[in-house]
Design a protein around this ligand. Structure first.
Ligand code: FAD
Length: 112
């Protein structure tokens, strides 16, 4: 097995079946092809937080920082895969979502 650092998959290529994976080296932008007959994709580790204002605290990897009530700012809740410290399993996301919904109801009741 060869581990390729700083490498991104660009395309899965083949005629009828997978034959090669096209990869880009992020250090020098060079593109190469790796012959293979199987591909296991593991994606989703980069949080999609670009649309959240830069003033909201993030950890070094871009995940939103919350308190124990999943509050990331005034009236802003963050749960699941965008939250720093998230456990990584679907059941964690669901539990966090339920807790944050309770928190959101409290906030709404306070401002009513
Ligand atoms: C390859 C892979 C395999 C996994 N296998 C398992 C497993 O076997 N068991 C397990 O428990 N967990 C597994 N997980 C983890 C699990 O899928 C995640 O932890 C869970 O889906 C996180 O839920 P979430 O709601 O926080 O985020 P997501 O499920 O990622 O949902 C976020 C949603 O927000 C949407 N969105 C993003 N930006 C915006 C925007 N600006 N406006 C509106 N919508 C937006 C996205 O399109 C998406 O639908 C796996 C994850 C990956 C990547």
């Amino acid at each position: 097995m060869t581990v390729r650092h700083l490498t991104e998959v660009e395309a899965l290529l083949g005629n009828e079946v997978l034959e090669t994976v096209q990869v880009r080296n992020l250090a020098d932008s060079s593109v190469s092809e790796v012959a293979c007959s199987g591909f296991f994709g593991f994606v989703g580790l980069k949080p999609t937080t670009e649309f959240i204002p830069a003033s909201v605290a993030r950890d070094a990897n871009g995940f939103l920082v919350t308190d124990s009530s999943f509050t990331a700012g005034n009236g802003l809740f963050a749960v699941g895969a965008v939250r720093s410290g998230y456990g990584g399993m679907l059941e964690h996301a669901v539990a966090e979502g339920l807790a944050a919904a309770d928190g959101a109801i409290k906030v709404l009741n306070e401002i009513r």
